[in-house]
Ligand binder design. Structure first.
Ligand SMILES: Cc1cc2nc3c(=O)[nH]c(=O)nc-3n(C[C@H](O)[C@H](O)[C@H](O)COP(=O)(O)OP(=O)(O)OC[C@H]3O[C@@H](n4cnc5c(N)ncnc54)[C@H](O)[C@@H]3O)c2cc1C
Length: 475
C-alpha cells in the first residue's frame, strides 16, 4: 500500500507507549486516518525518560538488547547517531558479594560458602535424578516447579526471597509459566562442574562482553521519535491527557468509545488498544459486566522509581546493579554519569532506585523525605554515598509496571481474548494489551507484525498470531 492513499476508515490507537506509537506511525504512513488517545501528558508509557532541571532520568534502567535484526536495523536507521552501543556494564549484589555481568547461574551458586554449595549440589542432583526416572513434575505452582527442577536448597537460598521481593507475592500463588518463560535451564554437567571447579580448583568462570544499545538523551528518545513524526502528519490526531473510560457494543461491534473528554462514534472505525486490559474491558452494556470484573482480577506489581541527583561524578562505577538482599527495598539501582549520552551536567551523577510495591504497602506510602535516608542507608551497605552528596530527589509511580502471573491468569486471559476476538473492530496488543513481559524489541515486533496483517486486511489473524506467540494456549 502506498503513502498517497487516504482511507475513509478511522483507526483509533489507544495508548502512546512504544507499541501504540510504532503501530500508529506504520498505519499513518500508509494513509490511514489515525487518532491516538493517551491518558498521560507525555508519550512513551513505560519507556519514558523524564527531564528535571538539567537531569534526565529513566523510569527503570532500560537497555535495548535484541536478537531481532530487523528491529535493530530499524532503530539504527531511524535514530542514526542517537542510537548507540553501550557496554553491558552491570553488577549483581548477592550473598554479600558484588558480581560482574554476565551473572551465570553457576557463578552465583559458586559465590556461596562450601557447605551451602555442597548442599545445593546434592539437592540439585537428586531433583534431576528424580526427573530422569519419574519424569518432569507438571504443576501449576511456581515454587513446586522450581523445586522439582533445581532442588529445594537452591529454591530456599535464592529463588524464594527473590520472587517475594520482585513479585511481592507468595511464589506458591504464582503460575509455573513464569519458570518456563523466565528461568534459564541449568545443565547438570555444567552446574556441578562449575561447583566442583570452584570448590577444588578455584578456577574463574569465563566472561562475555556482549553489547546492548541506548539512546543519547535516554531511551525515551525511542518513543519520542515516533511522537514527533506523528504530530507532523495531517492524517493523525494526537489526544493527550485523555483517558479511555468505556466502550459500547452493538451487534459484535464497538459503536462508541467514551473518554473523560469526548464521545467518539466508532461504527466505521477500528480500535487497536495497547492499554492495560482492565482499562479496556469496561463495557457500558450490562451483559458484559462479568468481563469488566474478570479483567480486574488481573494483577500487577507496581514500581516506585526513586530518582536521586548526586553531587559526585560516579557512585557504583556501572550502569546498573541488581540487589538480591532482603535488607534492600529496591531490587535494582541504575546509575547515569556525565558521558556521551548527555543525561546530566558535568561533575554530577544520578541514581534511580527501583522499588517493587503493592498499592498501600510500606514503601508505597512512605513520603519521599523519609524514604530517601532509608534508601541511602541500605545502599551504603554496598557502596559509599553520603547524604550530603544528595542534591535532589523525587519519586515516580508506575501502577502497571509488571504483570503478575497468578495461578488463574491464563484462564482469565483466555476468556477476555476470546471475547475481544469476537468483536469485529477491536484488537489488543503490546505489553499491557497482551498482559505479558514483552520488552521494547518485542513490542516493536508486535507493531510490525500486526500492522502488516492490518494493511493486508487480516487484522484478526494478526491479533491471533500475537496471542499464540506470547500466550501458551492456542487461539
Ligand atoms: C522497570 C522496567 C524495566 C524495563 N527494562 C527494559 C529493558 O531494559 N529493555 C527493554 O527492552 N524493555 C524493558 N522494559 C519493558 C518496556 O518498558 C516495555 O516493553 C514497553 O515500554 C511497553 O510498551 P507498550 O507500548 O506495550 O506499553 P506501555 O508503555 O505501558 O504503553 C501503554 C500506554 O497506554 C496509556 N494508557 C493506559 N491507560 C490508558 C487509558 N485508560 N486511556 C488512554 N491511555 C491509557 C499509558 O499511559 C501508556 O502510555 C522494562 C519495563 C519496566 C517496567
Amino acid at each position: 500500500m502506498n503513502s498517497e492513499v487516504t482511507h475513509s476508515k478511522k483507526t483509533f490507537v489507544l495508548g502512546a507507549g512504544i507499541t501504540g506509537l510504532v503501530l500508529a506511525w506504520k498505519l499513518a504512513k500508509n494513509g490511514y486516518e489515525v487518532i491516538i488517545i493517551e491518558s498521560s501528558s507525555s508519550p512513551g508509557g513505560l519507556a519514558k525518560t523524564i527531564e528535571w532541571d538539567g537531569f534526565r532520568f529513566d523510569n527503570g534502567a532500560h537497555n535495548f538488547f535484541t536478537y531481532d535484526s530487523e528491529v535493530l536495523t530499524f532503530y539504527q536507521e531511524l535514530l542514526g547517531d542517537k542510537f548507540r552501543q553501550k557496554a553491558r556494564n552491570f553488577k549483581l549484589y548477592i550473598f554479600n558479594k558484588l558480581l560482574k555481568f554476565p551473572f551465570l547461574g553457576t557463578e552465583i551458586i559458586t559465590s556461596l560458602g562450601s557447605i551451602k554449595m555442597i548442599n545445593i549440589s546434592i539437592s540439585f542432583l537428586s531433583a534431576r535424578l528424580k526427573a530422569f526416572f519419574v519424569g518432569e513434575l507438571e504443576t501449576p505452582h511456581l515454587d513446586e516447579w522450581i523445586i522439582s527442577r533445581y532442588g529445594k536448597a537452591l529454591y530456599r537460598i535464592y529463588f524464594r526471597d527473590y520472587l517475594f521481593r520482585v513479585q511481592k507475592c507468595d511464589p506458591h500463588l504464582l503460575s509455573s509459566t513464569i519458570g518456563m518463560k523466565k528461568i534459564p535451564k541449568m545443565s547438570v554437567r555444567k552446574t556441578l562442574g562449575e561447583i566442583f571447579r570452584k570448590l577444588f580448583l578455584s578456577s574463574p568462570v569465563s566472561k562475555n562482553t556482549s553489547k546492548s544499545y541506548y539512546c543519547k538523551h535516554g531511551y525515551g528518545e525511542m518513543p519520542m521519535y515516533f511522537y514527533r513524526e506523528l504530530i507532523k502528519m495531517p492524517n493523525v490526531t494526537y489526544r493527550s491527557e485523555e483517558s479511555v473510560q468505556n466502550l459500547t457494543i452493538n451487534e459484535e461491534k464497538i459503536t462508541s468509545l467514551k473518554t473523560d473528554k469526548h464521545l467518539y462514534n466508532t461504527e466505521n472505525a477500528d480500535i487497536i488498544s495497547t492499554i492495560p486490559l482492565e482499562c479496556l474491558c469496561k463495557f457500558t452494556n450490562p451483559e458484559f459486566e462479568h468481563l469488566t470484573a474478570l479483567s480486574q482480577k488481573l494483577q500487577y506489581v507496581g514500581m516506585r522509581f526513586f530518582h536521586v541527583k548526586i553531587n559526585k561524578p560516579s557512585v557504583t562505577g556501572c550502569w546498573f546493579v541488581n540487589f538480591n538482599d532482603k535488607r534492600m527495598p529496591f531490587y535494582r539501582v541504575g546509575e547515569y554519569v556525565f558521558d556521551e549520552f548527555d543525561m546530566l551536567p558535568e561533575g554530577y551523577s544520578s541514581l534511580t532506585f527501583e522499588i517493587p510495591v503493592n498499592e498501600g504497602d510500606e514503601y508505597f506510602k512512605m513520603p519521599d523525605s523519609e524514604l530517601m535516608p532509608l534508601l541511602i542507608e541500605r545502599f551504603n551497605i554496598v557502596f559509599s554515598l553520603s547524604i550530603d552528596d544528595v542534591v535532589g530527589y523525587k519519586s515516580v509511580f508506575s501502577k502497571h509496571a509488571n504483570p503478575r502471573l497468578t495461578l488463574d491468569y491464563q484462564d482469565i486471559l483466555k476468556e477476555i481474548f476470546n471475547f475481544i476476538l469476537s468483536i469485529q473492530n477491536l484488537y489488543s496488543l503490546g505489553r499491557q494489551g497482551l498482559f505479558t513481559y514483552a520488552n521494547l524489541d518485542h513490542c516493536t515486533r508486535m507493531a510490525f507484525d500486526f500492522s502488516k496483517h492490518y494493511l493486508e486486511g487480516s487484522p484478526k489473524e494478526g491479533n491471533k498470531s500475537l496471542l499464540n506467540k506470547y500466550f501458551h494456549s492456542g487461539f
